[in-house]
Ligand binder design. Sequence first.
Ligand SMILES: [Zn+2]
Length: 304
Amino acid sequence: MKNKIQKIITVASVFILFVTGCAKVPVQQNESTIILQAQKEDKAEQQQEKQDDLRKQEELKRQQEKTKLEDPIKLKAAINGQGDSKKIPILMYHSIKYEKDNELRIPKEKFKEQMEYLKKEGFNPLSLNELYSHMLLGSEIPQKPIVITFDDGYADNYTNAYPILKELGFKATVFVISGVVDKHEDYMTTDHLKEMDKNGISIEAHTVTHPKLDTLSYNDQLKELRGSKQALEKILGRNIDYIAYPYGKYNNDTLKLVEQLGYKMAFSTEKGLAHKSNGIYKLHRIYISEKYSINQFKQLVNTK
Ligand SMILES: [Zn+2]
């Protein structure tokens, strides 16, 4: 009996062990299969993430490379999200020296009064590079922008206008007839041009001989437009990027040539505020006559 009971216990134990054992193995197998599967999935995810990270890093690198290549002014403009450019008054002077019955020549005292008015009212004279950056690339400019220009390159621009501009800390531009530099006492010398150009009064082109460009052949226009650019570049050791047309005259050949020669903007004498809608090779200016009173001057610079 005792043996029988032992046998039964043994068989039962074996059975239980077998059952639990058998039951356990598939459970263990199941769990490990699941764990393995999960581990596999984790690995795949990690690899995917790694690939994503790499892609992101590569994209970032590409962006950084691109950024390095782009014009910093353009970038700044893009960051600032500037919209349309402002309409800006560009004043056009010639000689700053009194001469009876010549309205192109403004007495020094009158010029000083006009400049002091601009200073008092908080106008901010721009260089042509600043004008270009604002107009074409949307870069920021100060409030009440204005541009001061002189045509022809008279010697009195150096002796009379320059000291006034320097004292007020004003930037300006002189469009110089390159053919008369160092050749006539009424016009500036190489030394004048160099000194002014280094001190906020930029020198730019106004042709070689001051012709009416629209009356010249294509080749003669080319000589005038290229010749003045090259001559001034030689004197100043930098690029000449801007030109004003003598008498404000131009035709389709002129417009083609200035662009081909690498000028960035050009100025006419058409009256009005400058805006890129004028066309960047025929920007408007505001002529200042000796006949204008200070009140007329105020009205002109405050035109909206
Ligand atoms: Zn002129």
